[in-house]
Design a protein around this ligand. Sequence first.
Ligand code: NDP
Length: 293
Amino acid sequence: MTTAPSSLIDGKAIAAQVRADVATGVASLTASHNIVPGLAVVLVGEDPASQVYVRNKGKQTIECGMRSIEHKLAADTNQADLLALVASLNQDKEVHGILVQLPLPDHIDEKLVIESIDPAKDVDGFHPINVGRLSSGEDALTPCTPAGSIILLKSVQQDLSGMNAVIVGRSNIVGKPMAQLLLRENCTVTIAHSRTRDLADVVRAADIVIAAVGRPEMIRGDWIKPGAIVIDVGINRVPGAESGKTKLVGDVAFAEAAEVAGAITPVPGGVGPMTIACLLSNALQAAKTSVGA
Ligand code: NDP
């Protein structure tokens, strides 16, 4: 490891740099090809957390010089209408990226909706074509949270080759694509999950720990190998110190782990800001690909 013990990985600052790079890329694409990248976000229903995400995405899209197109649909929107909207966005030449905010209401088949998005505009990287391309090592639009986590890791150590990486969590949006990206970086990758035996020992062997479980502070300080890099993807809202107040914590017991780790992401201010920054980067990439730039 090249870092001093317990250095904090500043996701906010690194995300700001990614967004600045996207803004530069947008300006240069507009100058060379006379197009403004357009990112369409579709929100179905009124889930408060999703509304906050969508608002932030729209704001940051505009700040990067891109066009933000928002479609807010009622919670009882039927599946056929949503599919028709996606089909029209697929055809729209001014739309280069399409994101359908998940989760969708129960009466809508999420998989069907994801598969209806043009893979070339699939800025979330969830379409099976992009999933397949990623796993076969081809160019693909890559899921944003894992892509952001790789940037954070490389801010600590540029060459990850040969490192032992343990990912806790095997979801399609975080754990599995994270494994593909770490393989691409020549890590030796283990994916742990709820059926993994002796999880603490598995994590203790890791030079890199990616926590994507959704269980507050489950990964304890004594699970962390001294000097390891810890990326905490988890976002969990728990009761705060003051009664009636809540706070956000990750899947890692931060104070304990920071005593041992070489470098660690905080929650909030670690992986979270990287997700939108990488989404904007994907939208730029999709726009560039659309004109062969
Ligand atoms: P999922 O619920 O889809 O997946 C959780 C994974 O954790 C599953 O693979 C599950 O195993 C595993 N798991 C659950 N309990 C245990 C346990 N006791 N021991 C070991 N493994 C366990 O979650 P997501 O991947 O969608 O999200 C994970 C976390 O990351 C959440 O806190 C979420 O809020 C956060 N997140 C943050 C983002 C960001 O922008 N920073 C973006 C996306 C997610 P199994 O498969 O066996 O059930």
